[in-house]
Design a protein around this ligand. Structure first.
Ligand SMILES: [Zn+2]
Length: 234
């Protein structure tokens, strides 16, 4: 009887608070996921997380010493991945960040390349931006990722100090210069001797991660990997 009532209550709840796929809107999906199975399977995995010298890793060559880098998915305009990242960054949907983090975790489970990582560090936002958004999307991604990939999160060892002007008009060199002094290590003792995976939602030029990663590698004995949910060339 109780089971029947629960089932009935769930049906009524579903009627008034439908649980819909974030991409296509179907209500045929498991309660613990945000995407239906067909949408999930259509997300474009990069397949290069497990490959050394991959296209994202090459971005950091000669700039920041890294153990490895990689992204789980390609990001293109008008794609499902663009929609999901927008949900996290602009539509106050932290749960989507955690969901994307779990997806990243499942992709990382397919490779041993990053097994040596000791802890996750989310790329920080500055305080004002984080207050505006209500959360740091990279932290949400870390939380989901660590559920699947079982690595601890170090969330308060790196600070982002200032606004940078809109970077859209800068070329690569100017972007790099514009990033000087933006990131500060506030708790080096939390990072000493550790292999850190710096985590972000999307990598384009890598300039921001490069700047943050460079500060991390100045801490004694650290190693750095850079991992993101998505990668795009534009
Ligand atoms: Zn769907």
């Amino acid at each position: 009887m109780t089971a029947l009532i629960k089932q009935y209550a769930a049906s009524v709840a579903h009627l008034f608070f439908p649980h819909l796929c974030s991409c296509c809107g179907t209500d045929v999906l498991h309660k613990d996921t945000l995407l239906c199975a067909p949408c999930l399977h259509q997300l474009p995995t990069t397949g290069f997380l497990q490959l050394p010298n991959n296209v994202m890793e090459v971005l950091f060559w000669g700039r920041t010493p890294i153990v490895g880098a990689g992204a789980a998915f390609y990001y293109t305009k008008q794609s499902a991945m663009q929609h999901l990242i927008k949900e996290v960054k602009y539509r106050n949907n932290p749960q989507m960040g955690k969901f994307l983090g779990r997806l990243l975790g499942y992709e990382l489970q397919k490779t041993h390349r990053f097994d040596g990582v000791d802890a996750l560090v989310p790329l920080p936002l500055n305080d004002k931006k984080e207050a505006q958004r209500g959360y740091n999307q990279a932290m949400m991604i870390c939380e989901g990722l660590s559920e699947v990939w079982q690595k601890p999160i170090i969330g308060n060892a790196v600070a982002r100090e200032q606004f940078t002007e809109s970077q859209t008009t800068y070329n690569r060199v100017e972007r790099w210069q514009n990033m000087e002094g933006v990131f500060n290590i506030t708790q080096p003792e939390a990072l000493v001797g550790k292999h850190i995976a710096l985590i972000d939602d999307i990598v384009t030029t890598g300039a921001t991660l490069e700047a943050c990663g460079r500060e991390i590698t100045k801490v004694s004995g650290t190693k750095l990997s850079i991992i993101s949910v998505a990668y795009t060339t534009h």
